[in-house]
Design a protein around this ligand. Sequence first.
Ligand code: EPU
Length: 420
Amino acid sequence: MSKFIIKGGTPLKGEITISGNKNAALPIIAATVLTDEDCTLTNVPDILDVKAMFNILENLGKTVTKKEQGVFHISGAASHSNPSPDLVERLRASILYLGALLGRHRAATIAPPGGCVIGKRGLDVHVDVFCGMGVSLDFSGGSYAATLKKEKPSKLFLQEASVTATENALLLAATIDQETIIDNAACEPHVKDLADVLIKMGANIQGAGSNRIVIKGNKTLSGFSHDIVADNIEAGTFMVAALCTQGDILIRNIRKEHLFMPTFFMKLMGAEPEFIDEKTVRVKYQKPLTAPSRKIQVGLWPGFPTDLMSPMVVLATQAQGATLCHDWMFESRMFFCDKLVGMGANITICDPHRVIVNGASSLKGQHLSSPDLRAGIALVIAAMSAEGESTIDNADIIDRGYERVVPRLQALGANIERVE
Ligand code: EPU
């Protein structure tokens, strides 16, 4: 496992280009299983979770060729539908291969997926989706053995607007020549990006991006070329990093409409992100921040994204006054706050979901360890904002979702190094 050594106190300055959206790339990679024709993906983030999804694709018999940075060509057929459990267990998103393989082969066996430990993350909604679509599921062997018994029209009502369960429903429904309706569907931009790909492949999909999606699939789907949508979480993370380090960053390749809520709270805190156009924002620290007058609470899209909550807590440590941060989705999201307290932050942990951050605090460098992807990058931001040196162990977990963290932060002036 690598570690990051960070000497804090340098404002981040310069330009950065945002990568493709991790949580769009992962289901879109799974979607390539649905066709034997060639697919080309551009703006693919260079992150470990993408590599893990490509490894599963290769294990299934497809060929993945890197053409240049961020550009991949995928060809060949998925010759079987039992991906290696060792590969599946590396990440949570591997569950998306269940929908994709059912779509392609009408039967699949897949081990339980792995993933970040940020709380209890069951697969009940996935099970509901598949059962509602006529799939029989057997978990008696310790893996999900699934068979599509009968193609039929389906009307699904998701008990929770689960992102990956909606994507699994889309992947299978895209191959069924009958109507599938998904109510209480997840509305995230990455769900919409997957739907856009499935439309390019030949499925008829209405309503993606809203909470009712209607799909009329097509058994034979074609190859496609697709530019992965920009990562709103990475963009929000760099916006926070600019403010916490009192820097000035021009952030390119964003989607302004995907940054409404983070921008809303940053403005309430006295920051003034300046959108130069729909794809570019400049975030310049101008004056001391104040706690927002309202609690920061995560929501389903288009609410405040849970995956930005950890960086936002660090931002709250730099704002004068009390900020209530509430993540009702994940039970362990806030556990990393004790590390911020160790750095000098004044945070009252009310319960697993809510913390009150009393700022502004001068943070001090510490020996830290990254507990999960989003807490990990939040600790990097805290370390860059702190006085003195920090070491962040378990840094590879940050590489799962953030592209080339060290060189990109170094290019902004950060004093950060990776030690293997
Ligand atoms: N939840 C509810 N009510 C809802 C919807 C969700 O309580 O209406 C809860 C779930 O019970 C669960 C949590 O919220 O505890 C997340 O649920 P979901 O099933 O939507 O999560 P997921 O599909 O497993 C995806 C992302 C996560 C992101 C969540 C929430 C991918 C590959 N993963 O996970 O991304 O946190 O949606 O937006 O798309 C990350 O990138 O760091 C990450 C963990």
